[in-house]
Design a protein around this ligand. Structure first.
Ligand code: ARG
Length: 561
């Protein structure tokens, strides 16, 4: 329920629209003055009346609306107070009727959103930078699904390019099959690094690599088999991490999938007269404020952008999306502007449905770990370390807890994921284990702990037949919590509209903090039976919202902690 809207609708002023009133309603500085106030100074000139008189008149003429307990004119302001017990009853009825589905809507019914995210590179380690990307993409995926959209999650694998020729040469020369099998992507990376070192001395290696890549392109069975092996080795590791993160994709169509789908697009571009030759290369000009989009190199090779262009047409054809999101770091800003620009020049009306959801960079505060013998720290190592630390805290705090390992996994992984989703996505971030694992901070463990606290209150409360008396919730702490629960559905809509999971995570922290304030200020189980029932209902509703938001963000929910 939008109470602001309801209040705005009670105000009738000549020449002022309800929307204008709506936008002027704000929470008063001092909450003792009510829930909303309307400053009347702006109307004075137009109505040739003093603000004091206008406020008085509005207050006097306000229709009796059940949810308003008081309307008062004070020094040019109209102050509105909502009836807390009524508000509480309404909000809790609504949340409890929907349970964990609270916040779901059908705004996306009949619409499709494609989300390209994670999009890892074959034979490269799955590192921390991908964590941010994967967490944001997966959260947006669930968010849009909750709002009723059909969502297609796409992992646009980086599985094509000359680097695979180098890898084949390196593997044939120095790759011990058994060792590569056991050391996985790390092993592939090692021989790849060695290739670059040795190629500095022996340029012939580069020629061999070019030939090897050509062999993959030409479908040479042995080369293709090796390339597939590299893919298998990488995907095995990546899938293991996705399983821990509870992340899934509807399509793994990577760059190589578009090998046979680029030519028709290039033909189209040529037919439209958009493809130009420049020093032997083929380009499309996309505006004066950026370099042209390079689509075919002078040696005939296609590029990342060529494959993205083909992929866009394929996705439009296959999924008929209403919007296609690309969750990719801001370093690729120019790439997306160029490639979207090509679609625009082609006159594709859906060019405007393409969105680059840009995000920042992640670095590790714990430098000792990030540079170990030149190794990139993999996401798996980060998750393991977070789980290890969580295990330590849990052993300290809750020595009697059952399934300590399971809870440590949920807490450790949850802490990392939440750490990624707590800031505006465009910001660069320095990841700190201690910050994300602080049980008293704005963190996953704090919220998980609050969730478990709700469970334990509810278990103690048991079932009751008693009718609730909502006067038990007529206090500022309960009122604040109820207001946040009430606003949860709008929060989801806003987060989806702005592609910002942090709007959900911040709200989640607000709810947990408000709950804990209420919990510490007011006895729940000792209250009179009818008031106790009202408070227990508030705990149950809070639990639903915490559960829903944790699910959306992809964070585990330990029942006990
Ligand atoms: N694999 C690329 C990288 O790691 C990201 C791909 C993003 N998706 C896309 N359609 N371009 O940089």
């Amino acid at each position: 329920m939008d109470y602001k809207r309801m209040i705005a609708d009670t105000v009738r002023l000549d020449g002022v629209s309800a929307q204008e009133i709506y936008e002027m309603l704000v929470p008063p500085k001092d909450s003792a003055n009510g829930d909303y106030c309307l400053p009347c100074f702006k109307f004075a000139k137009q109505l040739r009346t003093s603000p004091i008189e206008i406020a008085r008149r509005i207050a006097q003429e306000t229709a009796r609306v059940a949810a308003l307990s008081k309307v008062e004119a004070v020094a040019g302001y109209v102050n509105y107070t909502l009836d807390k017990t009524m508000l509480a009853a309404q909000v809790l009825d609504r949340v409890l009727a929907q349970g964990d589905a609270y916040g779901a809507s059908d705004q996306g019914a009949g619409k499709t959103v494609c989300i390209d995210y994670s999009s890892v590179n074959i034979a490269k380690p799955f590192h921390m930078g991908h964590m941010l990307n994967t967490a944001i993409g997966a959260a947006l995926y669930r968010l849009y699904a909750k709002l009723g959209y059909r969502v297609v999650g796409i992992n646009h694998l980086g599985d094509w390019g000359t680097q695979f020729g180098k890898l084949i040469v390196a593997y044939r020369k120095w790759g011990d099959p058994a060792l590569v099998e056991s050391s996985g992507v790390r092993g592939l990376l090692d021989i790849y690094v060695r290739f670059h070192k040795e190629a500095e001395q022996d340029p012939a290696l580069d020629d061999q690599a070019r030939a090897a890549f050509k062999a993959i392109e030409d479908g040479d069975p042995e080369a293709v088999a090796l390339w597939n092996r590299f893919k298998d080795i990488t995907m095995r590791e990546v899938e293991r991490t996705y399983a821990r993160l509870n992340v899934r994709f509807d399509s793994y169509a990577g760059e190589s999938f578009y090998n046979d789908k680029m030519q028709p697009v290039l033909d189209d571009l040529r037919a439209q007269g958009l493809l130009e030759y420049s020093d032997g290369a083929q380009i499309v000009r996309v505006g004066d404020d950026m370099p042209p989009c390079l689509l075919v190199r002078a040696d005939g090779a296609t590029l990342y952008a060529t494959r993205d262009l083909a992929a866009a047409f394929y996705r439009k054809r296959t999924y008929d999306f209403d919007r296609c999101l690309y969750v990719v770091a801001y370093q690729q800003n120019l790439h997306f502007r160029q490639f979207f620009g090509v679609l625009e020049r082609m006159g594709e009306p859906w060019a405007q449905d393409m969105v680059h959801v840009a995000h920042g960079m992640v670095s590790l505060e714990d430098g000792a770990m990030s540079t170990r013998s030149g190794h990139v720290v993999t996401l798996e190592e980060v998750l393991d370390k977070a789980v290890e630390k969580a295990r330590g805290v849990i052993a300290d705090k809750s020595p009697d807890l059952q399934d300590k390992d399971g809870v440590a996994e949920q807490v450790g992984v949850g802490a990392v994921v939440f750490g990624m989703l707590y800031n505006a996505r465009i910001k660069d971030m320095v990841f700190s284990f201690d910050k994300c694992l602080n049980f008293d901070g704005e963190t996953a463990p704090y919220i998980q702990y609050t969730y478990a606290r709700c469970n334990s209150v509810l278990a103690k409360a048991g079932q009751s037949e008693c009718e609730p008396d909502y006067r038990g919730l007529d206090n500022p702490e309960a009122a604040q919590l109820i207001r946040l629960l009430d606003r949860y559905p709008q929060t989801l809509v806003e987060a989806a509209r702005k592609y910002e999971p942090c709007i959900v995570s911040r709200h989640l922290v607000d709810v947990a903090q408000a709950f804990n304030k209420f919990y510490f200020e007011h006895s729940i189980l000792q209250a009179s039976p009818a008031e106790r029932e009202a408070r227990v209902r508030l705990v149950r509703a809070t639990r639903h919202v915490l559960a829903s938001a944790l699910d959306l963000l992809g964070i585990g929910k330990p029942e006990r902690m």
